[in-house]
Design a protein around this ligand. Sequence first.
Ligand SMILES: C[S@@+](CC[C@H](N)C(=O)[O-])C[C@H]1O[C@@H](n2cnc3c(N)ncnc32)[C@H](O)[C@@H]1O
Length: 347
Amino acid sequence: MTDSLNIQNRKYLGSKFRLLDFLERAIRSQTGAIGTFIDGFSGTGVVAHHFRKFAGRIIANDLLYSNYIVNRAFLKTTQDNASPDKLTRLIDGLNQMRPIRGYVYQNFGGTYFSHDNAGRIDAVRTRIEDLYRDGICTEQEHCVLLTSLIYAVDKVGNTVGQYDAFLKHLGKESYDDQGKHRIDSNVYKKLHLKVLLLSFGNHCDVYNEDLNSLIHRIKGDVLYLDPPYNGRQYVDCYHVLENIARWEKPPLQGKTKKFERSHLKSRYSRKRECIQALEDLIQNARAKHIFLSYNSEGIIPENVLSTILRKRGKLKVFATSYPVFGNGAGRAVKREIEERLFYCKSA
Ligand SMILES: C[S@@+](CC[C@H](N)C(=O)[O-])C[C@H]1O[C@@H](n2cnc3c(N)ncnc32)[C@H](O)[C@@H]1O
């Protein structure tokens, strides 16, 4: 089983994987049995996935298509829509493909990826599309294969986990003369796709929309909200994965090679728009229990959050301190921030 992937085997800004116990305890203490659990800003999907065992039905949603694909793969695969044996065989084949000089090689070779891996990504991504077009894999299997590729790409990226910049020194040794870490040695390892560890179970619906639009068409017992809390746009941090997942091969701009993505920017990361966005969302939510994760360094002040939530019912706040790396200025210092979970029971 060493060659398989779990949903959490991915670096993602704001992933709640390490806070699942905290969320589980707080949410279950207030709700009792859960019919439908909604994870509205699902990111990696770890929260939705975790609550599968406590809810009859799951709804997960994220604005980024790359997250939608990953969520679909981990939440919607069943024995009826995908064959594990076939997927294992297809992944073996994909791992044996020779590099080609395509879109990724030309645009990201020598910066975000080694030239060899960029060429491998081209070959594998092209083949996944052909497998689907030729009817060799189902739509669900196509999502599963793409997810294997997204995780594999992320492992060999020449980044610190986000793609708003790439590291220098590609082509040099991993360590300098003083033994200082210069580049992650994974960058030089051959791209390798793994098989997803899937669990089957309750019914899940997965969406790829702005939650402020979707909210009018869904309802549930628990609405869990984990919006971006600072000015960093997720599409800027993950544009390379999003680009490879979409495979529309758009023209790219600037040194960091980003595509035109204004339609994928989030109001929750804009100081002047985030309060109005959250206010509309909470007003339109159709759920008995509303939970909102927001940390102490977020751009919406706590008194504003509280005022917005109180309009829907009595407010309670759960908190836990949480160690993070980095001080936001590029220094890898460890410090504690407070992760808060705001709860209101809709009147
Ligand atoms: C803090 S992360 C969520 C992390 C997630 N809970 C996890 O554990 O992986 C916020 C997510 O919200 C998404 N997002 C931003 N604005 C959105 C919107 N308006 N509607 C839906 N998703 C949005 C981002 O793409 C990002 O994945």
